[in-house]
Design a protein around this ligand. Sequence first.
Ligand SMILES: Nc1ncnc2c1ncn2[C@@H]1O[C@H](COP(=O)(O)OP(=O)(O)O)[C@@H](O)[C@H]1O
Ligand SMILES: [Mg+2]
Length: 254
Amino acid sequence: MDNSLLRVENLTVAFDGFTVLDRLSIALQPRATRVIIGPNGAGKSTLLDAIIGRVAPVSGRILFRGHNLTGMPEHEIALLGICRKFQTPGVLDNLTLYDNLCLAARRAKQWWQTLGCRLDPAERETVRATLDLIGLDDKRDRPARELAHGEKQWLEIGMVVASGAELLLLDEPAAGMTHHEVETTAAIIRRLAGSRSFLVIDHDMGFVEMLAAPVSVLHMGRLLSEGTIAAVRSDPQVAAVYLGRSHGMANAYA
Ligand SMILES: Nc1ncnc2c1ncn2[C@@H]1O[C@H](COP(=O)(O)OP(=O)(O)O)[C@@H](O)[C@H]1O
Ligand SMILES: [Mg+2]
């Protein structure tokens, strides 16, 4: 019996005849976190694009709780409980943190349920708890434009959480952060993990280590290696992929 929340099966994606994902298979269990690393251009963001229905595969399937997502429109996939945070922040700068999170909490609904702007008590509690989880409760009434880069990323993680999605897809959530901010981001994700599923893409080995989750290494659209961060680090194939990079494996930026 297959208990996977997400199953990517033999997924092939091509752009103008150029294969970006090559018969890729990945599975994620409910309430599990998996990190996907790999050099620039490996196909990491494209995998997320395929999961949320933004790009159509050439072949293969993506199953979410047994539903075949292949060919399903983006908004229907979102309604099933998949929410993606992009590399660049998508918060509305002129709204307060609280209102940004309210919008995210409402986004999970059909448009006709969002008419009239009141949240029900459960949604209000979700927003309150999320502000707490991302450590920004004291700024709830400030406009988002006043946030520092790291805080904006945390707000966006919060928005993905407030959407009520079961599977959260984070594309480079620690990009451009200071070391301290990277640590806080990892702590936020660890706190949230366990009650929902995360697919986290990144290339900063230090950050990946802090997440303490299984890792899949993607290279040229194929799965190169899988395991703990320690196992992946000591895999000669992975070392070869990163070889020649000026930062080296210990600090590999893809
Ligand atoms: N919409 C697109 N059209 C054409 N090529 C694309 C598109 N999106 C990504 N690519 C190409 O696919 C490859 C993988 O990109 P991407 O998934 O963004 O890699 P990663 O996130 O691992 O850095 C790259 O060669 C990129 O140029
Ligand atoms: Mg990318």
